[in-house]
Design a protein around this ligand. Structure first.
Ligand code: COS
Length: 378
């Protein structure tokens, strides 16, 4: 069992400790799931997480508030048990984040379904020519009076192909670059919205390139105001970037756990690995990185929950540090496992593949450095 002493840190309340205990017991009984069909596995996971009540935390209707500490605790715990379960939970939150923060009551009706596990959601921001450079979005939304017409492409869209609803960021053209974007809620069955390509990656999950061919979207589906799309996207990422760090932390804790078990049980040169000082050096580094990442993540989450208008700097620090350090922690775990560490299907081998994308999506490590530097200089 992973170290739980962090739950006594002052960032947490009793409700968080109760949530953690409930989820830990659910995850121990239900995870990991079979990953051989990731589409079906994600649909099943969303249904199960919805039924068990955990998806209630993934969104917030008017009068409610997203609790970032709960989101982080859930992602950390799920990731420790099963990366795909974390993914399924995370997408329900990211995909509806703009609705939780800026949606009208009518638009928020989607949350009833996504939080019950009856609909899947996706966040459609990236395009072939705008991954890190969000202000360069080209997908156009033309104002036609009572509706908009969307044309263009989105790519690297997680849950693409299985989502029931997409949050789509498009160019409405009020001004150049960042000030000319708007956000829309677009049902997956909208005419003209097609899955152009399914994308396969080293730790598979549902992922696709989408094409919008004259997709008609009612004006009432615009989230927030025309031209506010960039700030809406950034506000959503301010909440969810800390949770990406939390998922990385879950992977790192699992890698540390596996390493401790290995170091205590495997003998080398007539004694357990754990007695070798070089192994102890690695374990010290791993434990330190895990605790430091947890401090940054829950600092960011707590700051947001306490009412900070923006946690751009805190969230960027949490994501950057936790994901980069988790990669190092897992690499050490692989090293200490020797041949077993690179054997297909071993736990540390799958962690090694799972962690890599977290240093890229929702703002690559390099982008987080830009964000931190700008915030520090301002
Ligand atoms: N919250 C609210 N507003 C924000 C904000 C935030 N976190 N970040 C920026 N803004 C505002 C700025 O204040 C600025 O508004 P004003 O001109 O009124 O001051 C506006 O948005 C434009 O910001 P900025 O000039 O910083 O935009 P840039 O084009 O330089 O882009 C980066 C900034 C690179 C940080 C942004 O494009 C980014 O985060 N890229 C990574 C995208 C990403 O995460 N992609 C993954 C997709 S999801 S898998």
């Amino acid at each position: 069992m992973a170290d739980q002493s962090f739950l006594n840190w002052p960032f947490f309340e009793d409700k968080h400790r109760a949530l953690h205990a409930e989820l830990e017991s659910w995850a121990s009984a239900n995870l990991p799931v079979d990953h051989s069909d990731v589409d079906q596995a994600c649909k099943d996971l969303v249904a199960a997480l919805g039924k068990a009540g955990f998806l209630q935390h993934s969104g917030a209707k008017q009068g409610e508030k997203l609790d970032v500490r709960s989101l982080c605790l859930i992602r950390e715990t799920l990731a420790r048990h099963d990366g795909l379960a974390d993914f399924a939970f995370a997408m329900q939150g990211l995909g509806t984040g703009a609705l939780s923060l800026f949606g009208t009551p009518d638009q928020q009706a989607w949350l009833d379904k996504t939080r019950a596990g009856e609909a899947l959601s996706a966040f459609a921001l990236s395009e072939p020519k705008s991954g890190s450079d969000v202000a360069n979005i080209e997908l156009s939304a033309e104002d036609k009076g009572n509706h908009y017409v969307l044309n263009g492409e989105k790519t690297w869209i997680s849950n693409g192909g299985i989502a029931n609803v997409y949050t789509v960021f498009a160019r409405t053209g009020e001004a150049p670059r960042a000030k000319g974007l708007s956000a829309f809620v677009v049902p997956a069955d909208s005419e003209g919205l097609e899955i152009a390509e399914r994308l396969d990656v080293i730790a598979p999950h549902p992922l696709a390139r989408l094409k919008f061919n004259n997709v008609h979207v009612p004006k009432t589906n615009m989230i927030g105001e025309a031209g506010a799309g960039f700030k809406i996207a950034m506000s959503v990422l301010d909440v969810f970037r800390s949770t990406v760090g939390a998922a990385a932390l879950g992977f790192a804790r699992r890698a540390l756990d596996e390493t401790l078990a290995r170091a205590k049980s495997r003998e080398l040169f007539g004694a357990p690995l754990a007695e070798l000082q070089m192994v102890q050096g690695h374990i010290a580094d791993m434990a330190l990185d895990v605790d430091a990442a947890a401090l940054l993540i829950y600092r960011a989450a707590w700051t947001k929950d306490m009412g900070a208008a923006r946690v751009t700097r805190e969230a960027a620090m949490a994501k950057l540090y936790a994901t980069d350090k988790a990669q190092e922690v897992i690499d050490k775990a692989v090293q200490i496992h020797g041949g077993d560490g690179v054997r297909k299907g071993s736990i540390v081998e799958s962690l090694y593949r799972e962690i890599r994308a977290l240093r890229i999506y929702e703002g690559a490590s390099d982008v987080q450095k830009i964000v931190i530097a700008r915030q520090t200089l301002s």
